[in-house]
Design a protein around this ligand. Structure first.
Ligand SMILES: [Zn+2]
Length: 190
């Protein structure tokens, strides 16, 4: 919020626009923790247009039919691929965990007990409690993935980072997402 207020001095029009749209949609600190996402970019419309591709020029029914088939193919492929994974955490989530492990290398840690730790990053200190899963920065709760401050504690205490990933981001959740069936529809002209 402090940075949003600073923006007012830089450009008041932009500040007013952000306040009008709502911080809930634009600022990480105001995101709903339930969604487990720290993504502040919204280009879903653009992405959907690219994904729909050639069907955009079709009339409505043919376009819907094309999208239905494309979604059906995508969902069954993702389901089949995920069934063959031997890991609990999907590859993309695993890559993010690795990035946070790399970032954690530059921090120092002070243990108060088996569960409580103080993590130092530059001149700032963060308190992490692994048992209650409480910590100062808030990114873990927001994204569902341990942030670099939690990761340094996990690595130092030789725990498995996968055990600290939110269930939404596991293979099991991925399988349940793509387990739904888009049923075939007979040709209406037959
Ligand atoms: Zn953090």
């Amino acid at each position: 919020m402090e940075k949003i207020l600073k923006l007012k001095n830089v450009n008041e029009d932009v500040y007013n626009y952000i306040i009008k749209v709502g911080l809930l949609h634009l600022a990480l600190h105001a995101f709903d923790m339930y969604v487990k996402s720290d993504f502040a970019i919204n280009n879903i419309t653009e992405s959907f247009n690219v994904w729909v591709d050639k069907f955009r020029v079709f009339h409505a029914l043919s376009m819907m039919e094309g999208i239905r088939r494309k979604m059906m193919k995508m969902m069954i492929k993702r389901l089949q691929d995920a069934r063959s994974w031997y890991i609990v955490i999907p590859h993309l989530v695993q890559m993010k965990l690795s990035d946070r492990q790399d970032e954690a290398r530059f921090m120092t840690i002070l243990c108060a007990s088996d569960k409580e730790f103080e993590v130092k990053e530059d001149v700032k200190f963060y308190i992490v409690n692994l048992e209650t899963q409480s910590y100062d920065c808030g990114l873990w709760e927001l994204s569902g993935l341990p942030c670099k401050h939690v990761m340094v504690v996990i690595t130092t205490t030789r725990k498995n980072p996968s055990n600290f990933v939110h269930p939404y981001l596991t293979k099991d959740a991925y399988l349940r997402t793509y387990n739904h069936v888009i049923y075939l529809i007979s040709d209406q002209e037959q």
